[in-house]
Design a protein around this ligand. Structure first.
Ligand code: PLP
Length: 386
């Protein structure tokens, strides 16, 4: 089979693929059809938390497959309830709604925020404030939430009711929060697709306070930052804020599609019978895999992540051809003097897979990547940046 030719013939033209076919992997090592080995510094864009074909995760998934693969949400299933309980414990939230992708989790959060305000204040208070340069998904409503013009061309009309303010512009944020038209603020604490740019802690904490004072909900999009990625289970725990709704996906399933919207005491009963649903959401196989993943995000792993960040920064900061390193934990990006795409191609030729975000080189490796592999990957990056 000529995969490139048949991909072009049969797959919609939405992806610009690298010239690489991946056929198998073991932890942070991936292999193409010629048997060439690559160190995976992208983790399937923050999905493969414990790398490829992790044995423990695979066992959990296969055990559930041997019992039952799907039942529909008309029946109780043990993995779904166990996962919800576990996520609530890790996040201090109260209830979970499961879906299949990050965009769907954000859709759920947006619906819940609008309903919260509708129930209490009537139907005029429906605006949601997000940030410029944010990314919240690719459905029409989550695109409307996304604060980047490049995603907006060709798809209008968009869902009404989104306002985009500049990152760290608290004066403008506060004005909107106090306007009596806004039901929620939705933030990624580190803008992932926007270039791996952390928000200022003071801005986030002031926004939280203004939201609380005005009964405006704070939604934190943890789709890329969650499940240990930044060195905390969720990044809002590092920012020391208490969101009303949290959305989580990507790494949650360790490679199978699952997402969650988590609700606190204020929002846990907003969605009621029939107001939302999903055929596959909370599928027992995905939940069984996710339980295994979430149970393994422990303090030892989180402190190792911080140590790995330190090591990466130590190796890269001040090195020839490198302007800066941004991000947190194992969600990092490197601004380089040379073109990022050229560097990524060079690293790939030398057996390391990196990602880009805007004009930066981005890394989201498996959280338990071996130090030896990580340091080798960083040395190859450093060499390519010179
Ligand atoms: N929100 C954030 C912060 C993301 O990074 C992404 C995906 O990159 C999404 C939402 C959308 O997630 P999905 O592609 O699973 O719909």
């Amino acid at each position: 089979m000529n995969i490139k030719k048949e991909d072009k013939l049969y797959i919609a033209n939405t992806y610009k693929r690298f010239d690489l076919d991946l056929v198998k992997g073991q932890k942070e090592l991936l292999y193409d059809s010629n048997g060439k080995e690559y160190i995976d510094m992208g983790g399937g864009i923050a999905v493969n938390i414990f790398g490829a074909s992790d044995l423990q995760w695979k066992d959990a998934v296969i055990s559930q497959l041997n019992l039952i693969q799907h039942t529909s949400n008309l029946y109780y299933t043990y993995p779904q309830v166990q996962l919800a309980k576990l996520l609530c414990k890790k996040s201090s939230m109260k209830k979970a709604f499961f879906s299949n992708s990050g965009a769907e989790a954000n859709e759920c959060a947006i619906k819940a925020a609008r309903k919260y305000s509708h129930d209490l204040y009537g139907n005029e208070r429906y605006f949601i404030v997000t940030l410029k340069n944010s990314f919240h998904g690719r459905t029409i409503t989550t695109l409307s939430a996304t604060g980047q013009d490049m995603f907006h061309k060709d798809f209008g009309p968009f869902t009404d009711g989104f306002i985009h303010v500049d990152k760290d512009d608290f004066a403008s944020m506060e004005e909107h929060i106090k306007s009596n038209k806004v039901c929620a603020v939705m933030l990624e604490l580190i803008q992932g697709e926007g270039g791996v740019i952390p928000l200022d802690i003071d801005f986030v904490q002031k926004t939280e306070k203004a939201c609380k004072d005005n009964d405006v909900l704070l939604i934190i999009d943890e789709i890329q930052t969650g499940i240990g990625r930044t060195g905390a289970f969720y990044s809002y725990q590092k920012y020391e804020v208490n969101p009303d709704i949290v959305t989580s996906a990507k790494g949650l399933g360790g490679g199978l599609p699952i997402a969650a919207a988590l609700f606190n005491e204020k929002t846990e009963n907003v969605l009621d019978y029939g107001s939302h649903g999903s055929t596959f959401g909370g599928n027992p196989v995905c939940c069984a895999g996710a339980i295994n993943i979430v149970n393994r995000i422990n303090n030892k792993l989180l402190s190792d992540i911080i140590e790995k960040e330190k090591k990466i920064r130590e190796m890269l900061e001040g090195a020839k051809g490198i302007e800066s390193v941004s991000g947190m934990g194992l969600m990092l990006a490197v601004k380089t003097k040379k073109d990022a795409k050229e560097i990524v191609a060079k690293c790939m030729a030398n057996g390391v897979l990196y990602l880009t975000a805007k004009d930066r080189i981005r890394m989201l490796p498996p959280l338990d990547i071996k130090k030896k592999s990580m340091e080798k990957a960083i040395r190859i990056l450093k060499e390519a940046c010179k």
